[in-house]
Design a protein around this ligand. Structure first.
Ligand code: CAO
Length: 446
C-alpha cells in the first residue's frame, strides 16, 4: 500500500477562482503522471490540470462548478512509490506538442516533480492551458459567430482525432458546453448516413422520404434490373458530364424517296428498311470527318482517345427498360446489312436475349424516337462516349426555297455532347455537316 498525497492546483499564473468545467477521473481510477485530472475554464482561458504523479484516486476534493486557485486541493492519490513516475520538469522552451496546441494565455512554470516532503503535491498544470481566444485551436473553425465552441481541451483533442468539426456539434453540457458524448453522438450519426455524405459532396439536397399514401391511393412497383442499371449509368453521366444539346433539322425529302424506292428490294430480302440505317451511314461519314465525336476522354482527363472503328450504339425500348446494343463496324456494312442487324438485335433485346458483348464497345450512340413522335429532346451522353444523336419524328413542313414555299420532309436532330471535349462551334459544324449528308445522301460517297 502506498502513501496518500493530496494533489493541488499548481501555479496557474494570474488566474484565481477558476471554474472546474470537467472532472476527468473518478475515485478508484488509476492515473499516470501527466494524465489530466480536471479542466478549468475562465473568461480568458481553458486549461487541463494533469497529475504530477502516478497512483490511484482515493477521493475527489472538488466537484463540477467549484472554483479553484493555486493550492486548492483536487484529490487524494494513493501513490505507490515503487511504481510512481514523477513528471520530468519541462525544459524552458520545450516543444508543447505532447499537450494541447498552445495559444498559451498562462505562463507555465513547472514545479519540481519530485515527491513532496509533505503529503501535498502540486500538479505541473499549465502546459495544458489553452486560451479561449479565437486563435486557440486553429484546427477547429469557430462557430460562425466568431465565438469558438465551448469544449474542454480533452474534448477538443478527442474531436480532432476523429476529424469532427466542433462548430457543427451542439453541446449538451452546462451553458451548451460540448461533451465527449456529444462528439461521439455526432460521429455516430455521421457514420450512419453514408448516402447523405456522398450526395452532400455533389452539393445535392438529400432525397426526402414522402408518404404519398397520405394524399391518395398508391401502388409500389419494383424497378427491373435493367431500370436500375440504366438509372445508375444515366445518373452518373448526367452528373459527371457537362451536357449541351445542339438542335437542327435535316431536309430528308429526297432521302425518304430513296428509302421508299429501296423498300421493295429490302422486302425481297425480308428486311424492314426504316430511316435509321440510312441515318447511321450518314453518321459514320460525319464521324470520319469529325473524329473527336468518335472518341473518349482518358481517365486522367488529359488525353482524348480517338477510335478508328465505328461501333454505333442504338437505344432500344424494351418492356424491361432501355438497353443500348452496339452495331459493330457500321462503316463496313451496307444499308441492308445494317437494317437486317437492327431488326435482329432489336428483337433479341426485346426478348431479353442480349449478351454482354452485344452491349460493349460503342463509340457513338443514336437514340431514335422517330417511330413514336416528338420534335426534339435532350439525350444523355452514353459515357464513356462523348456524343449522342437524338432523332425525332420527321414531319412535312413548309420550307421557303428558291423563292417559293415548298412542302419538305424535315427530320429533327438533337446532338448532346460532352462540353469538356467538344466545343459548341464544333458541335454546330458536326450537326450542320450531318444535315448536309442527310439532305443529299450521295455526299456520303465523297
Ligand atoms: N420519322 C418518321 N418516321 C419514323 C422515324 C422518323 N424519324 N423513325 C422511324 N420512323 C417510322 C419507321 O419508318 C416505321 O414506320 P413503318 O412501320 O411505317 O415502316 C415506324 O416509324 C417504326 O419504326 P421502328 O421504331 O420500328 O424502327 P426504327 O428502325 O426507326 O427504330 C429502334 C428501331 C430499335 C431504334 C426502335 O424500335 C426503338 O426502340 N426506339 C426507341 C429508342 C428509345 O427508347 N430512345 C430513347 C432513349 S432515352 O430513354
Amino acid at each position: 500500500m502506498g502513501r496518500e498525497s493530496v494533489v493541488v492546483v499548481p501555479d496557474i499564473g494570474d488566474f484565481k477562482d477558476v471554474e472546474i468545467i470537467e472532472i476527468l477521473v473518478n475515485p478508484g481510477d488509476t492515473v499516470k503522471a501527466e494524465d489530466s485530472l480536471i479542466s478549468l475554464e475562465s473568461d480568458k482561458a481553458a486549461m487541463e490540470i494533469p497529475s504530477s504523479m502516478g497512483g490511484t484516486v482515493k477521493e475527489l476534493k472538488v466537484k463540477l462548478g467549484d472554483r479553484v486557485s493555486q493550492g486548492s486541493p483536487i484529490l487524494t492519490l494513493i501513490v505507490d512509490d515503487a511504481a510512481a513516475e514523477p513528471v520530468p520538469a519541462a525544459a524552458p522552451g520545450a516543444p508543447p506538442e505532447a499537450r494541447e496546441p498552445q495559444a498559451v494565455a498562462v505562463s507555465a512554470p513547472v514545479p519540481s516533480p519530485t515527491s513532496a516532503p509533505e503529503d501535498v503535491v502540486e500538479t505541473p498544470a499549465a502546459p495544458a492551458a489553452t486560451a479561449a481566444a479565437p486563435a486557440v485551436d486553429r484546427a477547429e473553425p469557430s462557430s460562425g459567430h466568431g465565438v469558438p465552441p465551448h469544449a474542454s481541451p480533452s474534448v477538443r483533442r478527442f474531436a480532432r482525432e476523429l476529424g469532427a468539426d466542433l462548430s457543427r456539434i451542439s453541446g449538451t453540457g452546462t451553458k451548451g458546453r460540448i461533451l465527449k458524448e456529444d462528439v461521439q453522438a455526432f460521429v455516430k450519426a455521421r457514420l450512419q448516413q453514408p448516402e447523405r455524405a456522398s450526395s452532400v459532396a455533389f452539393g445535392l439536397p438529400e432525397a426526402v422520404e414522402i408518404d404519398y399514401s397520405q394524399f391518395g391511393a398508391i401502388e409500389r412497383q419494383p424497378l427491373s434490373r435493367i431500370n436500375k442499371l440504366s438509372a445508375a449509368a444515366l445518373h452518373r453521366a448526367w452528373i459527371t458530364i457537362p451536357h449541351v444539346t445542339q438542335h437542327d433539322e435535316a431536309d430528308i425529302t429526297d432521302l425518304e424517296a430513296f428509302r421508299v424506292a429501296l423498300k421493295p428490294e429490302a422486302e425481297r430480302k425480308q428486311i424492314k428498311l426504316t430511316l435509321l440505317p440510312l441515318v447511321m451511314k450518314a453518321v459514320v461519314a460525319a464521324l470520319k470527318t469529325f473524329p473527336k465525336f468518335n472518341a473518349s476522354l482518358a481517365a486522367n482527363g488529359e488525353e482524348l482517345i480517338l477510335k478508328r472503328y465505328y461501333h454505333l450504339g442504338f437505344a432500344v425500348d424494351t418492356p424491361d427498360g432501355l438497353v443500348v446494343p452496339v452495331l459493330r463496324d457500321a462503316d463496313q456494312k451496307s444499308v441492308f446489312e445494317i437494317a437486317a442487324e437492327l431488326g435482329e438485335v432489336g428483337s433479341r433485346a426485346r426478348g431479353r436475349k442480349l449478351r454482354n458483348p452485344d452491349l460493349q464497345g460503342g463509340t457513338f450512340t443514336i437514340s431514335s424516337l422517330g417511330g413514336i413522335g416528338g420534335t426534339a429532346f435532350t439525350p444523355i451522353v452514353n459515357a464513356p462516349e462523348v456524343a449522342i444523336l437524338g432523332v425525332s419524328r420527321a414531319q412535312t413542313k413548309p420550307v421557303y426555297r428558291e423563292g417559293a414555299w415548298q412542302p419538305r420532309l424535315m427530320l429533327p436532330l438533337s446532338l448532346s455532347y460532352d462540353h469538356r471535349v467538344i466545343d459548341g462551334a464544333e458541335a454546330a459544324r458536326f450537326t450542320a455537316y450531318l444535315v448536309q449528308l442527310l439532305t443529299d445522301i450521295r455526299r456520303v460517297l465523297l
